[in-house]
Design a protein around this ligand. Structure first.
Ligand code: ZN
Ligand code: ZN
Ligand code: ZN
Ligand code: ZN
Length: 247
């Protein structure tokens, strides 16, 4: 009976003081910690023995970037766990020969810019035809291509007969323009692709098309100058198939 009364007294004492039941000794004196909040530190301190305890559950972690550890604003504790960025596409801009893509992280506002050169040009053409010639001028860069307006027919099979593999000036492999397919929808597309193979000076371009084999032939040559010409054969998917140099 006496024991239980004592227990009730201890509980009352604890409730009234708001203290821990745990006991500590300072010198020889046993005491019950008298906790007091420490403002700005999310810690508590015993007013008697000055023992200080952090309350880690109260940390307020902030991070400047997802890939940096988080730091508690109050006690400067470090949380090593890093997060992955959540990239959101902000913009994508293409000019004639490159593309720039910008991403922002929705969590830390980090910006990421990816700049890549284009394998194929993306000109913004303006077309004009006069005096038997067609001119394509890019409204964005300085590129300008003029060619004889009339697209004539030719026979790829016949040209393969006339200029055989092994003949001087005939090239049938190791092309520059061999790997990226894109449909050729007109002479200007064929010329742009054929120019990847160009190794000579020229002042005139004429274009031929073989409907049967869906093959374009782009001739680069110089007016009033025999020889020193280059015929580039580009198929309907934009790939070089054959090159013949005039001698
Ligand atoms: Zn204490
Ligand atoms: Zn903290
Ligand atoms: Zn981030
Ligand atoms: Zn351009």
């Amino acid at each position: 009976m006496k024991k239980s009364i004592f227990a009730i007294c201890v509980i009352l004492l604890v409730l009234l003081s708001g203290c821990d039941v745990s006991e500590k000794s300072t010198g020889n004196t046993e005491h019950i910690h008298q906790w007091q909040e420490v403002s700005g530190e999310h810690a508590r301190i015993c007013t008697e023995c000055r023992e200080k305890q952090l309350k880690p559950e109260a940390c307020d972690f902030v991070r400047t970037s997802c890939d940096q550890p988080a730091v508690c604003r109050i006690c400067h504790a470090i949380n090593d766990e890093v997060e992955s960025h959540d990239w959101i596409l902000i913009s994508e801009n293409s000019d004639c020969w490159s593309t720039t893509i910008t991403y922002d992280c929705s969590k830390c506002n980090r910006e990421q810019v990816i700049h890549g050169d284009s394998a194929l040009p993306n000109h913004s053409w303006k077309e004009a035809t006069a005096d038997g010639k067609t001119a394509f001028s890019c409204t964005r860069c300085k590129e300008s291509i003029t060619f004889i307006a009339e697209i004539r027919e030719f026979s790829y099979a016949q040209d393969l007969e006339d200029y055989k593999i092994g003949d001087p000036g005939v090239k049938h492999e190791h092309f520059s323009n061999w790997d990226i397919e894109s449909e050729i929808t007109g002479a200007i597309d064929a010329i742009v692709r054929a120019k990847f193979e160009l190794t000579i000076e020229y002042d005139t371009i004429s274009v031929f098309y073989d409907k049967t084999s869906d093959m374009w032939r782009v001739d680069f040559w110089t007016l009033n100058l025999d020889g020193n010409s280059q015929s580039v054969y580009v198929n309907g998917n934009g790939l070089t198939c054959y090159v013949v140099y005039g001698e």
